[in-house]
Design a protein around this ligand. Sequence first.
Ligand code: ADP
Ligand code: MG
Length: 597
Amino acid sequence: MSKRIVVLSEEIANKIAAGEVVERPASIVKELAENSIDAGATDIRVELEKGGCQSIKVIDNGLGIEQEDVPLVFERHATSKIHKFDDIFNVVSFGFRGEAMPSIASIARVELLTRRKKDVSGTKAVLEAGKIKEVMPAGCPEGTQISVTKIFDNVPARRKFLKMEATEQSVCLDVITRLALAHPEIRFRVSANGKEVFTAPEVSDVSKRISMVMGDDFSVHCVSANEQKDNMRLTGFISRPEYTRSNSKSIYLFVNKRFIRDNSVTHAVLSAYRQIIEPRRYPASVLFLDMPPEDVDVNVHPAKMEVRFKNAHGVYELVSRAISQNLAEVETSKGNFIYRLAPKEKKDFSFTRPSLRENSPAVPFGMFSRQKLQQAINDDLLIRPLTEKSPKVFEHEGSRIKESISFTGMRYVGQYANTYLVFEGDGALVLLDQHAAHERIILEKLKKTSGEKVVSQSLLIPEIVNLTPGQVTLFSDYFDFLQEIGLEIEIFGRDAIAVKAVPATLKQVKISEMISDIADQLGDQNQMPSLQEKREKILATLACRAAIKANRVLSHEEVAALCRELEATPYNLTCPHGRPITINFSLNEIERMFKRK
Ligand code: ADP
Ligand code: MG
């Protein structure tokens, strides 16, 4: 092998740069649409074929490009946006590296049609594998139209990594959704295989755009957040505590109108909500942070998704304060600590239970005399020895045999921290996590129905749930699976689905919450390569949603029912996320702790 140093050819250099800039069809959509915005377009149309894997066309009514400049568009480091080095600290546009167009052209066929307002005739250019094939005058409307086809044809390794078309399409729609959120003054339209899948007409006010894009559910459950410090300003909308999502994807952050990801800001948002929403649930927010361009370096990430703040600490503080204060106002206006985690309103309760006895205690057992407690235990909570029918062991993970939980001979002592059920039996002290246990029970019920008889409950009137167009696209691949678990849905226009039946096990869960959780899981790009894993994850999320929460006082009957159900559930040692359901302390261990041994 030759060890001589060689300068890479322009072609190879572009392909390498393309690897950073153009990862998937959505990256092309992003670069093209951002160029259109920079060109002052007020109307941007995106046409996708096969989820953007076959072809992508972006049409704008922007400034257009002068014929002489057209070849320059595809040269590396050719940009109309900066002219001297210092300019890069002052860019307010999306571009400036002059990298995107040559990168895209190096991995696809590109056809460009463009005309400036003042020119009589426009220009057409065709590029293949990064090389200009032709540039010639052509008639066309004012603005620029760029068609990209044969995407990744010459980079088979990349092509292989593309996901299902529906997934790629939904990522493309995510890109447009983000641009649309920050640019209410621009009309955006997206069509897929000739069918319109997204429209955002031009509006005067960002809040109108937000409600259009984020859906009605968010709009009615959000408050505005505004805060200013020095030369930084934060504006936007944050979800009220009762509106939560199953992942952090709905936390949108824009810095000078550019969508970015920033772990520190996300952390600031999540911390502000930590005390008021349940664990493992996430808020939604659309936040716009504006500051002088020289205070933020956008040049640290090839796809410009991350930035570096000059005053990162100040940004954190600003976001954190804005959210905490605005949430606090919600809370005070609502009166007495309604959003505190405990005690929860009864309507959230989703545990199957016999009706509460009149004198059944709503207070922890600590309030009872010892005698009364024993009486209560004898009455209700003597967990009857279960019959032989209830298996003592289950096949677990194929070959490994694990013991399962049995409450035979156990005595219920009480509830600790309104979350853990305390038992004694067989010389041991057992703590049981009520949420984890119920989660497992529900998950196994949902799983059992797949393939077998579906226990589903039809709704008298279908419930319409608003989603983003990207999410609607994702659902279409999962109709069969959802039907299997008893969830019957139909597409209802571009940005909504109709729910016709729900799994009986989940009938207490709010339908819109159920659907938004599933949408979050389907749209999560970071995990679950296989369909199977995706399904498991959806079921686990639904189980978590429906399960009895921590911080909830349980009646004796409820505890007894939970125990019986858990005994009859396979894999009853861990919750769907793999955490233990029970923890045992032997007398020996406890005596050692007391230094008796
Ligand atoms: P950058 O956006 O970083 O400048 P690009 O490679 O994306 O680099 O684009 C190169 C140049 O091509 C831009 O600076 C701009 O002058 C021109 N250009 C690209 N797309 C358009 C468009 N839709 N309308 C007008 N000019 C465009
Ligand atoms: Mg650009």
